[in-house]
Ligand binder design. Sequence first.
Ligand SMILES: [Cu+2]
Length: 118
Amino acid sequence: MKQLSRLALLSACALAFTAPAFAANEHNHMHDHGAMVMPVAAKASAMTEGEIKKVDKEAGKITIKHGPIENLGMPNMTMVFRAKDPAMLDQVKQGDKVRFTADKVNGALTVTKLEVAK
Ligand SMILES: [Cu+2]
């Protein structure tokens, strides 16, 4: 009996630990497999929500009012990013709500993935 209740407690803990990781990754289908194995890494690459403030195709830059970006340790703010791929700038316009991932590429904060939120 003692053994059994201890086992039940352990599985309850495991469940509590696992559930938020799955919930956080529902947005991020690309990383579903990673989430199974490494929840922490998957969480770091979760997409951030934002709104396009300005698109500068000539400079290859994009201004986004964004929510917290966990992998960069950033709070909400409006800032300029470089676009990893110039084609990204054709996908969006001022006022669009987007989801994106950003990272430091050669020292510059760069949008590495961008999609319009539906
Ligand atoms: Cu920022």
